[in-house]
Write a protein that binds this ligand. Sequence first.
Ligand code: ZN
Length: 91
Amino acid sequence: MKTSIHPDAHVTKVTCACGNSFDTLSTIEEISVEVCSSCHPFFTGKQKIVDTAGRVDKFKAAREAAEKAKAEAAERAKKKSAKEDTTETEA
Ligand SMILES: [Zn+2]
C-alpha cells in the first residue's frame, strides 16, 4: 500500500429521511439518504411511493383529463348518432 495517496476512512453517521440512522465506515463525514433498509418497501413489505418532483400527481391529473375528454367524445358521438336516427326516420 502506497503511503499518502489513500483518503482517510472514518466512522460516518448515515441519516435517513424516515428518521433512522446508523454508523458505517466512509471517507465522507456525513451521509443523508431518502430510503434505508428500515423504510424501503423491499424490507417493509408495504407499498410506498417516493414522489419528490410531484410526478405522481401530474400523472393522475393527466389521466383524469384524458378520462374526461373520452367521456365528452362518447357523449358527442351519442348525440350525433341520435340525430342521424331521427333524420333517417323522417326520410
Ligand atoms: Zn429510512
